[in-house]
Every structure is written in structure tokens, then in C-alpha cells.
Design a protein around this ligand. Structure first.
Ligand SMILES: [Zn+2]
Length: 321
């Protein structure tokens, strides 16, 4: 696929990055309708796409890239988890491709996520007003890094809301509970779930021959992990199991293609955050004043630091610490 990357017309939503002969990462361009990363896999006569971005326009470009790179139509699309920045583009790939997820992800996409899309579609005006307000706020922000992140978020939100009238919520039709394997003529892709860590159910796509894992949001590179729907202890446990696979390259849910080093950083982050909040709870201190530890200050998704603290505070106080 290396040569065909050069001849791809390009997309403003992502940058194609060669990972191996089988695998190209579509690394999201911030401030566009992609938001999360996706991956294109050529198993030999069989094309897979992993995750489908936050807008239909970004997904259409992804589909075009997959067809261009592999010379084949997309046969299967895998959703690593239900979050909209990994699933909204599903619609673009049907009916030609089959959509696959864990049964847990399918369940949420068919209920909670479906209702949420309907709510979004019924509240577009309000959402646009909120974006306008957020845009004014970002103009007044004095921290340049935060200001940039807010501008990216607002631009992405605008593309998402503008797209909503065209969106048909599209859920997977094939599900698995532990593992399934897709065999091409050159190699196989293992779809694996170890349960739910980042969300109620998280899947990874593992290419043992290439030592690559497309990991969804279980690992982010240079971004704060997002704990809003997380089970932090399970998340750590899942990462330990992924460590036992033979992995050299990780395509993360957000940020640049990385390695086990970033998996270890995410483990460190979750453990550190649990320790910080546990200590605050034990000392009956407010979590409001807690600042981002030095080593995470350059990371993106800055605003998630506070929501992560609040989520952990709720979990730790609810468990009766
Ligand atoms: Zn996510």
C-alpha cells in the first residue's frame, strides 16, 4: 500500500501513515470531522476498516482511501467501541460492507447511542447556540494550548452538528463475545475483547504476523485518556492482557502511531489518577484545586483532566472508601 499512499488524492480529515504492508493508519487531523483515528487493513483480497470517524464526510474519504490503497471494496468494518467519533461514519460503508463489534458495543449502539443521536438531531439549534458560545469563550482563553484545543473542538462540533440531518444511525450486524478471526489470503486479523475498560465493552484488532494492534481508546498517544464511561481497574487489567500479546506497534484512538511505551504511559496515568483522588478523598480535600501533574501538561484533551478527576471521585466515594 506504500506506493498507493502517494497517489491518494488526500483528505483534509486525516493523514495516511504507512505502518506495514498490511496496515495504514488514518491519523485524524485536529479540528476536522474525523476526531478519532481509523485504520485500513489489507488481509490479501479482503479489506478491513477499523473505526469510522465522527462525520459522514470524513468517513467517505476513509472509504475512498481504503478502496484506493487496497484496490478492493471494504468487506468489513470493525467498531472498537460505541463512542460517536469511532462509529458515526458507519452509514457510509453499508450495505457493501459488514459491520462488526462486540455484543456489548452492539447493545449500547442499539439503545443508548441510538437515542442520543435522535436527541442530537432534535436539538440542533441549541447545539449550534452552545457552539457559538464556546467559540466566544475560546477567543478569550489566554492559555494558547488550551485555546487551540477549544478551537479544534468547536470546529469539529460544528461539522458534526451540520451533518446531523443526513445521519442514519447504523449499528453493527455481526457481533462477537470473546474473539473472532478474519482470514485473508496473506494474513489474519484477530478481533479480541477482554471486556470493558474505556467503555462498557472495548475491542482491539490484532495482527499477529505484523505485531500491530489497533487499540481504540484503550491507548491514546500524547492525549489524556478519557474516563467518562470507564471502569479504571478493568482498564488496567485489559492493558495487562494486551501486554502479553506480541506487539510492537499500536495504532491508538487519538494521537500518533505509537508503541508499548504509550500503553505503559496510559497505565501509569490511570494508576496515578486513582492514587491522587484516593488520597484527596482520604484527607477530605477538594479535588477542585488539583493541578495536572507536570508529565501530562503537554498532553492534549486537557479539559478531560478535570472530568477524569470527577469521574474517579464519584467511583471512589461510591465504593465507600
Ligand atoms: Zn472513546
Amino acid at each position: 500500500m506504500l506506493n498507493r499512499i502517494k497517489s491518494f488524492q488526500g483528505s483534509r480529515h486525516f493523514r495516511l501513515q504507512y505502518v506495514a504492508d498490511s496496515t495504514v493508519a488514518a491519523v485524524a487531523v485536529p479540528g476536522t470531522g474525523s476526531l478519532a483515528n481509523a485504520a485500513i487493513i489489507d488481509l490479501g483480497g479482503l479489506t478491513l476498516v477499523v473505526d469510522t470517524f465522527a462525520t459522514l464526510e470524513a468517513a467517505q474519504d476513509l472509504k475512498a482511501a481504503a478502496e484506493h490503497l487496497t484496490g478492493n471494496p471494504v468487506s468489513y468494518v470493525i467498531n472498537t467501541h460505541w463512542h460517536s467519533d469511532h462509529t458515526t461514519g458507519n452509514q457510509v460503508f453499508v450495505p457493501d460492507a459488514q459491520l462488526i463489534s462486540t455484543s456489548g458495543t452492539h447493545e449500547i449502539m442499539n439503545t443508548f447511542a441510538r437515542d442520543r443521536v435522535t436527541q442530537y438531531q432534535n436539538n440542533r439549534e441549541k447545539m449550534l447556540e452552545a457552539i457559538e458560545e464556546a467559540e466566544l469563550q475560546s477567543q478569550q482563553e489566554t492559555d494558547t494550548k488550551l485555546q487551540q484545543e477549544m478551537a479544534w473542538e468547536n470546529a469539529t462540533d460544528r461539522e458534526f452538528v451540520n451533518m446531523l440531518p443526513q445521519l442514519v444511525h447504523t449499528v453493527p450486524t455481526i457481533t462477537f463475545d470473546r474473539q473472532m478471526t478474519i482470514h485473508g489470503s496473506n494474513r489474519s486479523a484477530q478481533l479480541i475483547t477482554y471486556g470493558g475498560g474505556h467503555t462498557q465493552s472495548d475491542a482491539i484488532v490484532y495482527l499477529p504476523e505484523d505485531k500491530i494492534v489497533i487499540i481504540g481508546d484503550l491507548v491514546l498517544s500524547n492525549h489524556h485518556p478519557v474516563l467518562a464511561n470507564a471502569n479504571p481497574q478493568e482498564w488496567l487489567h485489559i492493558l495487562e492482557q494486551i501486554e502479553r500479546l506480541d506487539v510492537e506497534t499500536i495504532i491508538p484512538g487519538h494521537g500518533e502511531v505509537c508503541s508499548l511505551q504509550q500503553l505503559h504511559e496510559v497505565k501509569g496515568y490511570i494508576s496515578r489518577m486513582i492514587a491522587i483522588v484516593t488520597e484527596a478523598v482520604q484527607n477530605q480535600q477538594s479535588i477542585e484545586e488539583i493541578e495536572i501533574p507536570e508529565e501530562y501538561r503537554a498532553w492534549y484533551f486537557t479539559t478531560y483532566f478535570k472530568t477524569n478527576l470527577n469521574k474517579l471521585y464519584d467511583l471512589i466515594t461510591a465504593s465507600g472508601e
